[in-house]
Design a protein around this ligand. Structure first.
Ligand SMILES: [Zn+2]
Length: 767
């Protein structure tokens, strides 16, 4: 399912006869539901359900969940004296025997407090959504029929639907019959023969327009129906065109589509993966936008992740929703190719690393998710990242063949995280305990810092030693049985030569030696984005000639004079190593700039900063680092060549304002960069003397005027600080070449020149 982002608070409809059964009683199993709903009024339903339950253990009563008003109840044909479904007598029924419960009921539409899940009667459309975001439990079959409403009790269904005159029904299952009566009302019968949980059962009616087509795939030809209103047929067809390649890809990866036919209907509230009858956000039904296409793919992906193999508890919803979101990536690969799907994944990884722990109030384990976060970003987005990583961890062939087996052996069943771990371990022969411990049962991410430790020039027989260090992000756990893909690139001039090796290790750090077919110039961590670690790797081919490049996912811009290949790793983790005195704190992220281009003094790099809480598309970028109280004047750009060198502050110009912008460094080098807040007493560290400011005369004689020369036509502010960081003189509206009279006591000072375009500093001695 996927909600619209606007969930409003609402009126809670309380129904006298509503009951919610505890999910703990496994003394009974729902076998089959035969449901007749009359929707001919367009505003309410009258229903009749014949529910077949099988007793599993001796018990005196069974209960059904219901959110409609019950008119009468029969148990084994005997009319009951009360309309409560909470305690229905089972006297005379032995374990293993079936019991028939008949319920007559009506409803004007029950909707959960999130105003999402439930039975909706809109003016032009009646439909149900089988899950509620706020409902507890989240399943909402009970808005449509009396049932054992949970994720795990799967049954078969017959749906008999009477529509409003002139309207037609679209429901779950295969349509068995249809007829229209003299009043113009349609009577149709639908059958779901596959064991299905209650939340995936759906009915709908509207004056639908239809597209009927067939999807030819690996294991069969599947009828496709799309119900929509007020759209051009060609635009709807275009929106679903990719299914021709997506369905075969899904079958290749996950095994046969087991639901007989594929159906979508356009509904106004968001999207929901009902069996055979996906409710699709109506904005997407005629859209080829990325959001529309990935939603169409996500909901169909549920035909495997969730509908076929269902999470055993809502606390493992990541299996359903993370799996379905992973399907969107697989679908994009089928439709547009691997480069497009890698790019899509990379953009979401960046967003997950930056925002998921903010929207979900912290780094959360996927497993055992608290109720209010069941449908949060961790479940959907981190869940997707973990499915993606599992593919990288196992390799594609092993991963997909194991998923094929899982979907077969567990078809129409339920699974929890432990069961998933054990099944996939069994099918692959790879012990996934460590992987699941870190990524599923623990919170956060792992960040890998990788560098070659021996100078490539001197190495024998192209042997290279690599140092890898891991640190947790949002966790103090360490990942065990790490599997880190490394790509080595040859010396400049051989830039098409690369080779890949995989380092496997335990513990916080390791030194690994690899034999390569060439002398490597540098190596890049996870260059193919196989794994959702805490870094994005951005590759930019450089044309030379001073062309500048924007690398939005690395929050960086760069210009180089020479050609080659630039790789930027943008890590959402604390930089390692000791910072020099005066550094108050460092950002929760750092960059590693690598590549084979020849650095030039005319090169530059721009490194983005965004204040916490600023109105900005990347509002969460700097977390608590650049807090409301910190001035961007205390921002410094730290650099080190690699972990064997010390961090130091580099000179920069600031291109931006108090809320966001870039720190621009001329003569950008390969190595590591990060942002820091420095103590005002150490401003000199943050802003070393630059050549762009010239002070005359310097030293300054008593009584002499000071001239500041800067390459800028704009006005600027001049601030003078003593060595303790205290401002001793300040003047606005200055221009280059203007004579200033600061009247300073004897001593050493820093003079800062600043406007919207520059922030420069230089040392001044007053004699
Ligand atoms: Zn979903």
């Amino acid at each position: 399912m996927k909600a619209l982002k606007t969930l409003s608070i609402l009126i809670l409809t309380l129904l006298g006869s509503m009951t919610l059964q505890a999910q703990t009683t496994d003394s009974v199993d729902a076998v089959d539901y035969d449901i007749a709903v009359d929707l001919s009024s367009g505003h309410f339903l009258t229903g009749y359900a014949d529910v077949t339950l099988r007793l599993l253990r001796p018990c005196t009563t069974v209960g059904l969940d219901m959110a409609c008003i019950v008119d009468s109840v029969k148990v084994q044909g005997v009319l009951q004296s009360t309309n409560s479904l909470a305690e229905l007598p089972t006297a005379g029924i032995a374990p293993g025997q079936d019991i028939h419960i008949e319920v007559w009921y009506h409803s004007t539409g029950y909707v959960e407090s999130g105003e999402w899940g439930g039975m909706h009667f809109d003016n032009y459309l009646s439909y149900n959504l089988g899950v509620g975001f706020n409902a507890n439990p989240h399943v909402m079959g009970r808005a449509l029929f009396p049932c054992r409403d949970n994720f795990t009790d799967k049954a078969t269904y017959t749906l008999r639907v009477t529509t409003k005159d002139g309207w037609t029904a679209e429901c779950g299952g295969m349509r068995q019959s249809v007829a229209t009566d003299t009043l113009g009302c349609e009577h149709s019968v639908w059958r779901i023969d596959q064991p299905t949980p209650t939340y995936l059962v759906s009915v709908s009616q509207a004056a639908w327009e239809h597209i009927h087509d067939t999807i030819s795939s690996l294991y069969g030809d599947y009828p496709l129906s799309i119900g929509y209103r007020q759209r051009s047929e060609s635009s709807v067809r275009a929106a679903f065109a990719e299914l021709d390649s997506v369905v075969p890809m899904y079958e290749r990866c996950f095994g046969p589509y087991r639901w007989g036919r594929i159906g979508y209907i356009a509904t106004p509230k968001g999207s929901m993966e009902h069996v055979n009858n996906i409710a699709l956000d109506q904005r997407f039904v005629n859209s080829t936008s990325e959001r529309a296409q990935t939603t169409i793919a996500h909901e169909l992906g549920h035909a495997w992740f969730g509908n076929l193999v269902t999470c055993a508890t809502a606390g493992d919803m990541w299996i359903n929703e993370g799996g379905a979101s992973f399907c969107s990536e697989v679908a994009m690969e089928a439709a547009l190719g691997r480069e497009a799907s890698d790019d899509y994944y990379r953009r979401w990884l960046e967003s997950v690393l930056r925002t998921t722990h903010v929207t979900d109030d912290g780094y959360r384990p996927l497993h055992d998710m608290p109720h209010q976060y069941t449908y949060g970003s961790t479940t959907y987005d981190k869940g997707w990242m973990v499915w993606h990583s599992l593919r990288g961890y196992l390799g594609e062939n092993l991963f997909y063949s194991a998923l094929n087996r899982l979907m077969g052996s567990c078809a129409f069943g339920n699974i929890d995280a432990e069961g998933l771990r054990d099944s996939l371990s069994l099918y692959t022969g790879v012990d996934l305990t460590a992987f699941f411990d870190f990524h599923v049962f623990g919170p956060g991410f792992v960040d890998y810092h990788v560098e070659m430790t021996n100078p490539s020039e001197g190495c024998l027989e192209n042997e290279v030693e690599v140092h890898i260090r891991q640190q947790g992000v949002g966790t103090t756990n360490l990942m065990r049985r790490n599997r880190v893909p490394l790509t080595f690139y040859a010396q400049p001039g051989f830039d098409s030569v690369s080779c890949k090796r995989v380092a496997t290790f335990d513990g916080e750090e390791t030194w690994e030696t690899f034999s390569l077919p060439f002398v490597p110039a540098f190596c890049v961590l996870d260059a193919d984005d196989e794994f959702s670690d805490a870094a994005n790797v951005i590759h930019q081919h450089l044309e030379g000639y001073g062309i500048s490049y924007t690398l939005p996912l690395a929050f960086m811009r760069a210009k180089t004079e020479h050609d080659g290949d630039l790789f930027v790793e943008h890590h959402y983790a604390q930089p390692s190593g000791t910072m020099p005195g005066g550094v108050v704190r460092t950002a929760n992220r750092y960059w590693i700039v690598r590549g084979d281009w020849q650095a030039d003094t005319a090169d530059w790099g721009m490194f983005r900063y965004v204040r916490t809480g600023a109105q900005h598309e990347y509002a969460g970028l700097d977390g608590d680092f650049l807090s409301l109280r910190a001035s961007v004047d205390s921002l410094a750009l730290m650099y080190r060549k690699d972990s064997r060198h010390e961090w130091y502050a580099v000179s920069f110009t600031r291109n931006g304002d108090q809320n966001s912008g870039y720190l621009v460094v001329d003569g950008m080098q390969k190595g590591e960069y990060t942002l820091a807040i420095v103590d005002s007493a150490h401003l000199g560290i943050a802003h070393p003397v630059t050549t762009e400011v010239q002070l005359f005369p310097n030293p300054l004689q008593p009584g002499q005027a000071l001239t500041v020369e800067v390459e800028s036509e704009e006005c600027f502010e001049v601030s003078i600080f003593d060595l303790g960081g205290h401002q001793v003189w300040h003047k606005t509206g200055c221009r280059s070449g203007q004579k200033l009279s600061p009247a300073l006591a004897k001593g050493t000072y820093f003079v800062r020149i600043e406007n919207n375009f520059i922030s420069l500093q230089s040392k001044l001695i007053q004699l």
